[in-house]
Design a protein around this ligand. Structure first.
Ligand SMILES: Cc1ncc(COP(=O)(O)O)c(C=O)c1O
Length: 367
Protein backbone atom coordinates (compact mmCIF):
# COMPACT_ATOMS: atom_id res chain seq x y z
CA UNK A 1 0.00 0.00 0.00
CA UNK A 2 1.33 3.42 -1.02
CA UNK A 3 1.71 6.20 1.52
CA UNK A 4 -0.72 8.85 0.34
CA UNK A 5 -0.01 12.15 2.04
CA UNK A 6 -3.23 13.34 3.71
CA UNK A 7 -4.67 16.43 1.98
CA UNK A 8 -4.40 18.30 5.30
CA UNK A 9 -0.61 18.13 5.08
CA UNK A 10 -0.64 19.12 1.42
CA UNK A 11 -2.70 22.26 2.11
CA UNK A 12 -0.68 23.19 5.20
CA UNK A 13 2.55 22.77 3.24
CA UNK A 14 1.20 24.97 0.43
CA UNK A 15 0.09 27.62 2.93
CA UNK A 16 3.43 27.59 4.74
CA UNK A 17 5.39 28.57 1.62
CA UNK A 18 2.80 30.98 0.21
CA UNK A 19 3.75 34.64 -0.18
CA UNK A 20 2.29 36.83 2.52
CA UNK A 21 0.61 36.08 5.77
CA UNK A 22 -1.86 33.15 5.76
CA UNK A 23 -4.30 32.34 8.57
CA UNK A 24 -4.37 28.57 9.16
CA UNK A 25 -7.93 27.26 9.36
CA UNK A 26 -6.91 23.82 8.11
CA UNK A 27 -6.09 21.66 11.08
CA UNK A 28 -7.98 20.66 14.21
CA UNK A 29 -5.17 21.65 16.60
CA UNK A 30 -6.59 23.66 19.52
CA UNK A 31 -4.75 26.94 20.08
CA UNK A 32 -5.74 27.36 23.74
CA UNK A 33 -4.05 26.27 26.97
CA UNK A 34 -4.19 22.71 28.27
CA UNK A 35 -5.38 22.32 31.87
CA UNK A 36 -2.90 23.72 34.44
CA UNK A 37 -2.80 20.34 36.18
CA UNK A 38 -1.52 18.76 32.97
CA UNK A 39 1.45 21.13 32.73
CA UNK A 40 2.24 20.61 36.42
CA UNK A 41 2.05 16.82 36.13
CA UNK A 42 4.39 16.90 33.18
CA UNK A 43 6.92 19.08 35.02
CA UNK A 44 6.86 16.77 38.02
CA UNK A 45 7.34 13.75 35.76
CA UNK A 46 10.87 14.83 34.83
CA UNK A 47 11.97 14.03 38.39
CA UNK A 48 10.23 10.67 38.72
CA UNK A 49 12.36 7.57 39.41
CA UNK A 50 13.65 5.49 36.46
CA UNK A 51 10.89 2.87 36.72
CA UNK A 52 8.38 5.53 35.69
CA UNK A 53 10.31 5.86 32.42
CA UNK A 54 9.68 2.22 31.47
CA UNK A 55 6.87 0.35 29.72
CA UNK A 56 3.44 0.95 31.17
CA UNK A 57 0.87 -1.88 31.06
CA UNK A 58 -0.04 -2.34 27.39
CA UNK A 59 -3.74 -1.64 27.90
CA UNK A 60 -2.91 1.63 29.70
CA UNK A 61 -2.12 2.82 33.23
CA UNK A 62 -4.66 1.34 35.61
CA UNK A 63 -5.29 4.72 37.30
CA UNK A 64 -6.12 6.30 33.94
CA UNK A 65 -8.35 3.42 32.87
CA UNK A 66 -10.14 3.69 36.23
CA UNK A 67 -10.62 7.45 35.83
CA UNK A 68 -12.04 6.95 32.33
CA UNK A 69 -14.28 4.08 33.45
CA UNK A 70 -15.65 6.12 36.32
CA UNK A 71 -16.42 9.13 34.14
CA UNK A 72 -18.01 7.06 31.40
CA UNK A 73 -19.95 4.81 33.77
CA UNK A 74 -18.49 1.50 32.54
CA UNK A 75 -16.44 -1.30 34.05
CA UNK A 76 -12.69 -0.71 33.93
CA UNK A 77 -12.16 -4.03 32.11
CA UNK A 78 -13.83 -2.57 29.02
CA UNK A 79 -11.38 0.34 28.69
CA UNK A 80 -8.28 0.11 26.47
CA UNK A 81 -6.02 3.19 26.35
CA UNK A 82 -4.69 3.91 22.87
CA UNK A 83 -2.47 6.29 20.92
CA UNK A 84 -5.23 8.81 20.43
CA UNK A 85 -8.77 8.30 19.23
CA UNK A 86 -7.21 7.52 15.87
CA UNK A 87 -5.82 4.23 17.14
CA UNK A 88 -9.00 3.47 19.07
CA UNK A 89 -10.92 3.81 15.78
CA UNK A 90 -8.42 1.55 14.05
CA UNK A 91 -8.72 -1.17 16.72
CA UNK A 92 -12.51 -0.98 16.71
CA UNK A 93 -12.75 -1.06 12.93
CA UNK A 94 -10.28 -3.93 12.70
CA UNK A 95 -12.41 -5.88 15.16
CA UNK A 96 -15.45 -5.42 12.91
CA UNK A 97 -13.66 -6.78 9.84
CA UNK A 98 -12.01 -9.76 11.54
CA UNK A 99 -15.32 -11.25 12.70
CA UNK A 100 -16.24 -12.86 9.36
CA UNK A 101 -19.41 -10.81 9.33
CA UNK A 102 -18.93 -9.06 5.98
CA UNK A 103 -16.43 -6.58 4.63
CA UNK A 104 -18.44 -3.43 4.03
CA UNK A 105 -18.27 -0.28 6.15
CA UNK A 106 -21.11 2.22 6.06
CA UNK A 107 -19.66 5.70 6.53
CA UNK A 108 -21.66 8.89 6.76
CA UNK A 109 -21.20 11.45 3.96
CA UNK A 110 -19.66 14.04 4.63
CA UNK A 111 -17.01 11.79 6.16
CA UNK A 112 -13.91 12.24 8.31
CA UNK A 113 -11.35 11.05 5.73
CA UNK A 114 -9.44 8.70 8.03
CA UNK A 115 -12.50 6.38 8.14
CA UNK A 116 -12.41 5.42 4.45
CA UNK A 117 -8.60 5.39 4.69
CA UNK A 118 -8.65 2.90 7.57
CA UNK A 119 -11.37 0.84 5.90
CA UNK A 120 -9.13 0.43 2.82
CA UNK A 121 -6.12 -0.33 5.01
CA UNK A 122 -8.05 -3.10 6.76
CA UNK A 123 -9.24 -4.66 3.50
CA UNK A 124 -12.84 -3.47 3.85
CA UNK A 125 -15.02 -1.66 1.32
CA UNK A 126 -16.28 1.80 2.25
CA UNK A 127 -19.82 2.80 1.27
CA UNK A 128 -20.81 6.42 1.78
CA UNK A 129 -24.35 6.94 3.07
CA UNK A 130 -26.00 10.35 2.71
CA UNK A 131 -26.94 12.36 5.79
CA UNK A 132 -29.59 15.04 6.18
CA UNK A 133 -28.84 18.54 5.01
CA UNK A 134 -27.57 19.74 8.40
CA UNK A 135 -25.48 16.58 8.80
CA UNK A 136 -27.96 14.65 10.98
CA UNK A 137 -28.29 10.87 10.58
CA UNK A 138 -30.59 9.67 7.79
CA UNK A 139 -31.68 6.44 9.46
CA UNK A 140 -33.71 5.29 6.44
CA UNK A 141 -30.71 5.72 4.15
CA UNK A 142 -28.63 3.62 6.56
CA UNK A 143 -31.38 0.98 6.71
CA UNK A 144 -31.52 0.85 2.92
CA UNK A 145 -27.74 0.53 2.65
CA UNK A 146 -27.30 -2.14 5.36
CA UNK A 147 -27.06 -5.79 4.30
CA UNK A 148 -25.47 -9.07 5.33
CA UNK A 149 -22.25 -7.71 3.80
CA UNK A 150 -22.17 -4.82 6.30
CA UNK A 151 -19.52 -5.43 8.96
CA UNK A 152 -19.34 -1.95 10.37
CA UNK A 153 -21.14 1.37 10.69
CA UNK A 154 -19.03 4.34 11.81
CA UNK A 155 -20.64 7.38 13.42
CA UNK A 156 -18.99 10.54 14.73
CA UNK A 157 -20.79 12.90 17.09
CA UNK A 158 -20.30 15.84 17.53
CA UNK A 159 -19.31 15.63 13.90
CA UNK A 160 -16.27 16.62 11.92
CA UNK A 161 -16.86 18.28 9.47
CA UNK A 162 -20.60 19.09 9.72
CA UNK A 163 -20.83 20.09 13.40
CA UNK A 164 -23.95 17.92 13.77
CA UNK A 165 -24.76 16.42 17.17
CA UNK A 166 -26.67 13.20 16.57
CA UNK A 167 -29.99 12.55 18.17
CA UNK A 168 -29.53 9.59 20.56
CA UNK A 169 -32.79 8.03 19.32
CA UNK A 170 -31.39 8.03 15.77
CA UNK A 171 -28.21 6.33 17.04
CA UNK A 172 -30.37 3.78 18.83
CA UNK A 173 -32.12 2.98 15.55
CA UNK A 174 -28.79 2.62 13.77
CA UNK A 175 -27.64 0.20 16.47
CA UNK A 176 -30.81 -1.86 15.95
CA UNK A 177 -30.08 -1.98 12.21
CA UNK A 178 -26.51 -3.08 12.95
CA UNK A 179 -27.70 -5.79 15.32
CA UNK A 180 -30.08 -7.11 12.63
CA UNK A 181 -27.24 -7.52 10.10
CA UNK A 182 -24.63 -8.53 12.69
CA UNK A 183 -22.47 -5.41 12.25
CA UNK A 184 -20.56 -3.39 14.83
CA UNK A 185 -21.21 0.32 15.34
CA UNK A 186 -18.19 2.45 16.17
CA UNK A 187 -19.15 5.80 17.66
CA UNK A 188 -16.28 8.29 17.68
CA UNK A 189 -16.97 10.84 20.43
CA UNK A 190 -13.64 12.69 20.34
CA UNK A 191 -15.48 16.04 20.33
CA UNK A 192 -17.72 15.10 23.27
CA UNK A 193 -16.46 18.07 25.32
CA UNK A 194 -17.50 20.41 22.51
CA UNK A 195 -21.23 19.94 22.46
CA UNK A 196 -22.60 23.45 22.09
CA UNK A 197 -26.20 22.31 21.74
CA UNK A 198 -26.65 20.64 25.13
CA UNK A 199 -28.18 17.66 23.26
CA UNK A 200 -25.17 15.35 23.10
CA UNK A 201 -25.71 11.97 24.70
CA UNK A 202 -23.04 9.29 24.59
CA UNK A 203 -23.76 6.06 22.72
CA UNK A 204 -22.62 4.32 25.92
CA UNK A 205 -26.15 4.90 27.18
CA UNK A 206 -27.26 2.31 24.59
CA UNK A 207 -26.94 -1.16 26.00
CA UNK A 208 -25.79 -3.27 23.05
CA UNK A 209 -23.03 -5.83 22.48
CA UNK A 210 -22.55 -4.24 19.03
CA UNK A 211 -21.45 -0.76 20.14
CA UNK A 212 -17.84 0.39 20.55
CA UNK A 213 -17.30 3.96 21.73
CA UNK A 214 -14.01 5.73 21.06
CA UNK A 215 -12.75 9.03 22.36
CA UNK A 216 -9.64 10.77 23.63
CA UNK A 217 -8.12 13.88 25.15
CA UNK A 218 -6.56 15.52 22.06
CA UNK A 219 -9.38 18.01 21.75
CA UNK A 220 -10.88 18.19 25.24
CA UNK A 221 -7.49 19.00 26.85
CA UNK A 222 -5.99 20.75 23.80
CA UNK A 223 -3.19 18.18 23.50
CA UNK A 224 -3.25 16.63 20.03
CA UNK A 225 0.48 15.93 20.40
CA UNK A 226 0.11 13.78 23.51
CA UNK A 227 -1.64 10.90 21.77
CA UNK A 228 -3.94 9.62 24.48
CA UNK A 229 -7.28 8.10 23.54
CA UNK A 230 -9.34 5.07 24.42
CA UNK A 231 -11.82 2.50 23.23
CA UNK A 232 -14.69 1.21 25.35
CA UNK A 233 -15.54 -2.21 24.00
CA UNK A 234 -18.17 -4.84 24.76
CA UNK A 235 -16.45 -7.49 26.93
CA UNK A 236 -16.18 -10.09 24.12
CA UNK A 237 -14.08 -7.72 21.95
CA UNK A 238 -11.64 -6.49 24.59
CA UNK A 239 -9.03 -9.26 24.35
CA UNK A 240 -8.54 -9.04 20.59
CA UNK A 241 -8.36 -5.23 20.67
CA UNK A 242 -5.71 -5.45 23.42
CA UNK A 243 -3.72 -7.97 21.40
CA UNK A 244 -3.72 -5.80 18.28
CA UNK A 245 -2.80 -2.73 20.33
CA UNK A 246 0.09 -4.59 21.96
CA UNK A 247 1.44 -6.09 18.75
CA UNK A 248 1.31 -2.78 16.87
CA UNK A 249 2.38 -0.38 19.64
CA UNK A 250 3.59 -2.36 22.66
CA UNK A 251 1.96 0.41 24.74
CA UNK A 252 1.09 4.11 24.66
CA UNK A 253 3.45 6.75 26.12
CA UNK A 254 3.59 6.69 29.89
CA UNK A 255 4.24 10.41 30.65
CA UNK A 256 1.28 11.39 28.47
CA UNK A 257 -0.98 8.95 30.26
CA UNK A 258 0.22 10.12 33.66
CA UNK A 259 -0.34 13.79 32.79
CA UNK A 260 -3.81 13.12 31.38
CA UNK A 261 -4.76 11.05 34.42
CA UNK A 262 -3.71 13.86 36.78
CA UNK A 263 -5.50 16.48 34.70
CA UNK A 264 -8.66 14.38 34.49
CA UNK A 265 -8.84 14.19 38.27
CA UNK A 266 -7.86 17.79 39.01
CA UNK A 267 -9.56 19.84 36.29
CA UNK A 268 -12.99 21.20 36.99
CA UNK A 269 -15.85 21.74 34.56
CA UNK A 270 -15.01 25.46 34.27
CA UNK A 271 -11.99 24.62 32.07
CA UNK A 272 -14.13 22.81 29.49
CA UNK A 273 -16.84 25.45 29.77
CA UNK A 274 -14.34 28.21 28.92
CA UNK A 275 -13.23 26.36 25.79
CA UNK A 276 -16.87 25.97 24.69
CA UNK A 277 -17.51 29.67 25.27
CA UNK A 278 -14.47 30.58 23.22
CA UNK A 279 -15.66 28.37 20.38
CA UNK A 280 -19.16 29.80 20.58
CA UNK A 281 -17.79 33.35 20.26
CA UNK A 282 -15.72 32.32 17.26
CA UNK A 283 -18.72 30.70 15.59
CA UNK A 284 -20.67 33.94 16.06
CA UNK A 285 -17.87 36.06 14.62
CA UNK A 286 -17.22 33.74 11.70
CA UNK A 287 -20.93 33.25 11.00
CA UNK A 288 -21.54 37.03 10.85
CA UNK A 289 -18.71 37.39 8.38
CA UNK A 290 -19.99 34.53 6.25
CA UNK A 291 -23.40 36.22 6.22
CA UNK A 292 -21.75 39.46 5.15
CA UNK A 293 -19.81 37.62 2.43
CA UNK A 294 -23.07 36.15 1.13
CA UNK A 295 -21.96 32.57 1.89
CA UNK A 296 -24.16 29.61 2.71
CA UNK A 297 -23.11 27.70 5.83
CA UNK A 298 -24.39 25.57 8.68
CA UNK A 299 -23.91 26.80 12.22
CA UNK A 300 -22.20 23.90 14.04
CA UNK A 301 -23.88 22.38 17.11
CA UNK A 302 -20.52 20.97 18.18
CA UNK A 303 -16.86 20.27 17.26
CA UNK A 304 -14.56 22.89 15.69
CA UNK A 305 -15.54 23.29 12.08
CA UNK A 306 -17.70 25.32 9.71
CA UNK A 307 -18.63 24.21 6.20
CA UNK A 308 -19.29 27.14 3.87
CA UNK A 309 -20.12 27.64 0.23
CA UNK A 310 -19.44 30.76 -1.80
CA UNK A 311 -21.41 31.53 -4.94
CA UNK A 312 -19.29 30.93 -8.03
CA UNK A 313 -16.21 29.74 -6.09
CA UNK A 314 -16.57 25.99 -5.41
CA UNK A 315 -14.39 24.51 -2.66
CA UNK A 316 -11.97 22.70 -4.94
CA UNK A 317 -8.27 22.27 -4.18
CA UNK A 318 -7.53 24.92 -6.85
CA UNK A 319 -9.83 27.39 -5.10
CA UNK A 320 -8.42 26.51 -1.68
CA UNK A 321 -5.04 27.55 -3.07
CA UNK A 322 -6.58 30.68 -4.58
CA UNK A 323 -7.99 31.68 -1.16
CA UNK A 324 -4.57 31.10 0.38
CA UNK A 325 -2.83 33.25 -2.24
CA UNK A 326 -5.43 35.95 -2.72
CA UNK A 327 -7.30 36.18 0.60
CA UNK A 328 -4.65 34.89 3.04
CA UNK A 329 -6.99 32.27 4.54
CA UNK A 330 -6.34 28.51 4.39
CA UNK A 331 -9.28 26.09 4.58
CA UNK A 332 -9.84 22.56 3.29
CA UNK A 333 -11.47 21.47 0.03
CA UNK A 334 -14.90 19.88 0.49
CA UNK A 335 -14.08 16.75 -1.51
CA UNK A 336 -11.68 15.72 1.26
CA UNK A 337 -14.82 14.80 3.17
CA UNK A 338 -16.64 12.59 0.67
CA UNK A 339 -19.07 13.66 -2.00
CA UNK A 340 -21.89 15.48 -0.17
CA UNK A 341 -20.18 18.85 0.21
CA UNK A 342 -17.59 18.73 -2.50
CA UNK A 343 -18.19 22.31 -3.60
CA UNK A 344 -17.91 23.62 -0.02
CA UNK A 345 -14.92 24.72 2.04
CA UNK A 346 -14.23 23.55 5.57
CA UNK A 347 -12.75 26.06 8.01
CA UNK A 348 -11.40 25.04 11.43
CA UNK A 349 -12.08 27.60 14.16
CA UNK A 350 -9.02 26.74 16.22
CA UNK A 351 -7.05 29.91 15.69
CA UNK A 352 -7.14 33.15 17.70
CA UNK A 353 -7.35 34.91 14.32
CA UNK A 354 -10.89 33.78 13.44
CA UNK A 355 -12.23 37.35 13.31
CA UNK A 356 -9.35 38.52 11.18
CA UNK A 357 -9.86 35.59 8.80
CA UNK A 358 -13.55 36.39 8.64
CA UNK A 359 -12.74 40.01 7.73
CA UNK A 360 -10.39 38.84 4.99
CA UNK A 361 -13.06 36.59 3.50
CA UNK A 362 -15.62 39.41 3.56
CA UNK A 363 -13.16 41.76 1.82
CA UNK A 364 -12.28 39.11 -0.72
CA UNK A 365 -15.81 38.11 -1.67
CA UNK A 366 -17.16 41.68 -1.51
CA UNK A 367 -14.29 43.09 -3.50
C1 LIG B 1 -13.55 12.71 13.97
C2 LIG B 1 -12.16 12.57 14.47
N1 LIG B 1 -11.78 11.39 15.01
C3 LIG B 1 -10.52 11.20 15.46
C4 LIG B 1 -9.58 12.22 15.39
C5 LIG B 1 -8.20 11.95 15.87
O1 LIG B 1 -8.15 12.17 17.25
P1 LIG B 1 -6.88 11.81 18.13
O2 LIG B 1 -5.95 12.98 18.09
O3 LIG B 1 -7.44 11.58 19.49
O4 LIG B 1 -6.27 10.58 17.52
C6 LIG B 1 -9.94 13.46 14.84
C7 LIG B 1 -8.94 14.54 14.72
O5 LIG B 1 -9.15 15.58 14.14
C8 LIG B 1 -11.26 13.64 14.38
O6 LIG B 1 -11.66 14.80 13.82
Amino acid sequence: MEYDEPKFFHVMQYASVADGDVIDMVSGNPDWEPPDALREALEAYARFPPEEFQYPPSEGLLELREAIAERRGVGVDRVVVTNGTGEANYLAMARAFERDAGSEALLMDPVYPYYPGKTDLLGGTPTLVPTHRGGGLDVEAIRAAASEETALIVLNTPNNPTGAVYDIEAIREVVAIAEAVDALVVVDEVYDAFDLSGRFESALTIDSPNVIVTSGFSKSMAITGFRVGYAILPPEHVASAKTRHMLVNVASARPSQHAVNTALRETDEAYYERARELLDERIDAFGSALDAAGAEYTRPDGAFYVLARFEGVPGTMANVKRLIDEAGVAGMPGDTFGTARKDWFRFALVTPRVEEAAGRLVDYFDG
